[in-house]
Design a protein around this ligand. Structure first.
Ligand SMILES: [Zn+2]
Length: 304
């Protein structure tokens, strides 16, 4: 990837050409993170210039449960950032919390397990908690973690996150009975349908037969890595705002943000230390990876 020298980047990014009154003081933290964004390609930057008004604004970020299919204003011209916790170590979860809080962008977190950081997430005004049930053990007939049914898996997480309205399954496992079970447990929004941005489909939320709102999502950090090995090119989160017209739901994982994952081999090869945040940090990718993509998105949202 071509990288602009910092001086040229400073002239050409909308950060410097944007409105004078942002209504938000650009913090030293953001200044630092913008330095990281030097990895944006010149092509992407030039494509952003004439459409500056379509850049993601933190004011337009919303949580998934606020989507009402009968009210297009609740999702059109808005964007939604979701986080699948995926049993990440606390160091990685805290790192993503810190990034989102320092930029003031709303987010919906899909919780997998008990952690002291749940209380920190609950104190944050821009954060919504959902659940991320894992049905894989039941489907594969092993490692059921003591759960004898899908209902028990959901009940366990709903007990941990009783305020949850939103659900995405681990590995996006879904079926009609699972969807009905989610509705029976008080969940109102399902975010399991992944429709890759590179498919060129224009997505919108819809109502399910059981009253749940189904919200497609179009970008995910690890799936982006997988598509890199195919002939279907996925667009980056930043590009989505200049070339995508449907509902914008983007998903990140704290461990991929923490590792700055650029290819899944990095993540897979470190499985033995996935619960050791200090050790994982030694393996953070130093090039342009998942962490850079999130920081660039957040920085642009603050500056727009
Ligand atoms: Zn997952």
């Amino acid at each position: 990837m071509l990288i602009l020298p910092p001086a040229e980047l400073a002239i050409r990014t909308p950060i410097n050409n944007g409105p004078k009154n942002w209504g938000h003081a650009r913090s030293a933290r953001v200044e630092r993170t913008l330095g990281v964004s030097a990895g944006i390609s010149p092509r992407i930057i030039s494509s952003m210039e004439p459409q500056e008004q379509s850049m993601p604004s933190r004011r337009d970020a919303a949580t998934i449960s606020s989507i009402d299919v009968r009210k297009p204003e609740s999702w059109m011209h808005r964007w939604f950032l979701t986080i699948d916790v995926d049993w990440a170590p606390d160091e990685a979860i805290a790192d993503t919390i810190d990034l989102l809080q320092s930029h003031g962008v709303a987010s919906t977190w899909m919780i997998t397990h008990e952690t002291p950081l749940l209380s920190e997430l609950r104190r944050a005004s821009e954060v919504e908690l959902g659940i991320h049930p894992n049905f894989n053990g039941l489907l594969e007939g092993h490692d059921t973690r003591g759960f004898s049914s899908a209902s028990a898996v959901i009940e366990n997480l709903v007990a941990l996150v009783p305020e949850a309205k939103v659900v995405r399954s681990h590995s996006v496992a879904q079926s009609s009975p699972l969807l009905d079970l989610c509705a029976e447990h008080g969940l109102s929004h399902d975010v399991n349908m992944f429709i890759p941005s590179g498919s060129a489909n224009i997505c919108a939320p819809w109502k399910s037969w059981n009253g749940m709102t189904r919200v497609p999502y179009i970008w995910e950090d690890d799936v982006w890595c997988l598509y890199e090995a195919t002939d279907q090119r996925e667009i980056t989160p930043l590009e989505i705002y200049t070339s995508y017209k449907g509902i914008v739901v983007i998903n990140f994982h704290p461990i991929h943000v923490y590792l700055n994952t650029e290819k899944l081999e990095r993540y897979e090869s470190l499985r033995r230390i996935h619960q050791n945040g200090r050790e994982l940090l030694k393996h953070r990718y130093e090039g342009y990876g998942t962490r850079n993509r999130l920081i660039d998105l957040l920085s642009m949202a603050v500056a727009s």
